[in-house]
Design a protein around this ligand. Structure first.
Ligand code: HEC
Ligand code: HEC
Length: 488
């Protein structure tokens, strides 16, 4: 991890930014002047405007659902159309306006899993996994699981789904350095297949909670070079933290790409993430996956270049987008583009209570325990088709790299053994509002952590030293650090 070298100057630079915005309200409210103090130091950027000028300030249940404050009215229109496509329940009935669901699916709408653009809750306890949690199938031998495809679906339009996945928790106890004990819950998954087809024992199941989705359009525009500069796959600086670029394939161009989205950074763009969700989670074809039988591995036709990252968004009403042939599929190019723009332009909720001394104490503990080695920033976004997302100084608290956080967090094979899985550092902006928006603060890729502290205590592997430093903090510093997370 080479961040500290990049921001090697110590000191505090206070910048006064004058922004004309319409925080909280939509277009039409009188422009007001907001004073924001940006503090840039060796360890990142302390600002309320973690999402740049588009940051929204709303602490209600709508906190994840507002548009970036600084997008134009074309983009707002596309966002509104995208919201419709995001919330509508797709149907298997061919006569329906939004038809094509299935044959297998996990949910009928994006918003079922990403309710209010928030995060699905982790399991309350032992039993079948609740809705909003996806189960991926991963293997070195795709042909062996071809019949199932990339996910184990919970439903099908004409009968039961492919499998029921059940979790059983085992309590794991530990101690802080001051002698106080704590308890975590370790999940053990079991899979019951519905049909006669079998899966190889070494197939790995990847249990993944649907994450909250604000601010992702900004992460899409973090320049590749910034990520390449942060990556240190062989840990050449010897700090114990290696950080790799996410590996992905740009499906339309059939080229390798840097992955940024999903818990393992397996998707390069929001548009491709969206098309993959449509196909895997809802059984809907699109430009990316034009044939229902076409799965991740079988050869199938994918043509063109991404719609949302290459086109002038003002042309979005033109079904041909002026450039390439519209593609057939149950989801039209226009709907796909609108969905992509929707996920790109959801505003980051601003940080709160910056001047609260406990929050400041917590931030200092966050830095001192090395959290900023991975939960880092700031970045300046590159230029993209949406001007409001371009050239923004953002503080997402992620390096967008994947890290080995130890076997305890790894995915499990069907036979119960665990494999090492590398996870993308999740952005922490907005995380303090999870409970307000989604009614819970269960954390980590599979929702096993019941609160912030449990999430920290699961850190191991590359983050072992950081977790040990957290366990060594005084009770007051631990509480302050959690309070800092709640202020984001
Ligand atoms: C069955 C539940 C489910 C449905 C339905 C669903 N998602 Fe997701 N979504 C997930 C899960 C689980 C992940 C994490 C995937 C991973 O780690 O690979 C995810 C990830 C994402 C991400 C990336 C988030 C990030 O931080 O990287 C976006 C964007 C997204 N979904 C958008 C959508 C859209 C748009 C739709 C509708 C087309 C949709 N999702 C439908 C469960 C769902
Ligand atoms: C080596 C990189 C690294 C370091 C150091 C690190 N983290 Fe993380 N953090 C991650 C990764 C990767 C995950 C995702 C793990 C998962 O989902 O299984 C994560 C997850 C989290 C989560 C849960 C986020 C969510 O969306 O569910 C919180 C909270 C968190 N970290 C806080 C901290 C704090 C506080 C520290 C310092 C004590 C810290 N992290 C140090 C990489 C790191």
């Amino acid at each position: 991890m080479r961040l500290l070298k990049m921001f090697a100057f110590v000191g505090v630079l206070a910048v006064l930014l004058l922004a004309c915005g319409d925080d909280g309200a939509d277009e039409g409210s009188p422009a007001e002047t907001i004073e924001v103090e940006l503090v840039v130091g060796s360890e990142g950027l302390r600002t309320q405007r973690t999402g740049g000028y588009g940051t929204a300030f709303d602490e209600s249940w709508r906190a994840f659902s507002l548009t970036a404050r600084n997008i134009n009215h074309y983009e707002r229109q596309a966002f509104a159309e995208g919201l419709d496509v995001f919330t509508v329940a797709w149907s298997a009935d061919e006569e329906a306006e939004f038809s094509g669901l299935g044959p297998n699916f996990d949910a009928t709408a994006c918003a079922t899993c990403h309710f209010e653009d928030g995060r699905a809750a982790g399991p309350a306890g032992d039993g079948p996994l609740p809705a909003g949690i996806g189960v991926k199938l991963l293997t070195d031998d795709p042909a062996a699981i071809n019949e199932f495809g990339a996910v184990l679906s919970a439903h099908s339009v004409d009968g039961p789904g492919e499998a029921t996945v059940t979790v059983t928790y085992e309590e794991v106890t530990g101690q802080f350095d001051d002698g106080t004990s704590y308890s975590l819950r370790r999940p053990i998954y079991s899979v019951e297949l519905t049909g006669d087809s079998l899966l190889p024992d070494d197939a790995v199941i990847g249990v993944r909670v649907a994450p909250q989705i604000p601010g992702l359009g900004l992460l899409e525009l973090v320049p590749d070079d910034a990520l390449i500069a942060l990556a240190d796959p062989d840990d050449l600086d010897g700090d114990g933290i290696s950080g790799r670029l996410g590996t992905a394939v740009d499906l339309l161009r059939d080229e390798p790409a840097i992955g940024r989205f999903g818990w393992t950074a397996g998707q390069p763009t929001l548009e491709q993430q969206t098309a993959t969700a449509l196909f895997n989670d809802m059984g809907l074809t699109s430009r990316y996956f034009p044939v229902a039988e076409c799965d991740k591995w079988a050869p199938c036709v994918r043509v063109g270049i991404p719609l949302s990252t290459e086109y002038n968004v003002e042309d979005y009403g033109d079904p041909n987008f002026g450039v390439q042939e519209p593609a057939g599929g149950e989801v039209s190019d226009q709907q796909l583009l609108e969905l992509a723009i929707y996920t790109q332009t959801l505003a980051v909720p601003g940080a709160r209570d910056l001047d609260d001394p406990v929050v400041e104490q917590g931030y200092e503990a966050f830095v001192a325990t090395g959290c900023t080695s991975c939960h880092t920033g700031p970045f300046t976004t590159r230029r993209g088709p949406i001007q409001g997302l371009s050239n923004q100084v953002i503080q997402p608290y992620t390096d967008l790299l994947v890290h080995d956080l130890g076997l305890g967090l790894g995915d499990q094979r069907l036979d119960g053994t665990t494999v090492t899985t590398e996870w993308r550092t999740p952005p922490l902006w907005g995380i303090g509002l999870l409970d307000t928006v989604s009614g819970h603060a269960t954390l980590l890729h599979d929702g096993r952590a019941r609160d912030y502290e449990e999430a920290i205590l699961w850190h191991d592997g590359e983050a072992a030293a950081s977790a040990a430093a957290y366990r060594a903090l005084s009770a007051a510093d631990r509480a302050a650090l959690v309070r800092f997370l709640e202020s984001l």
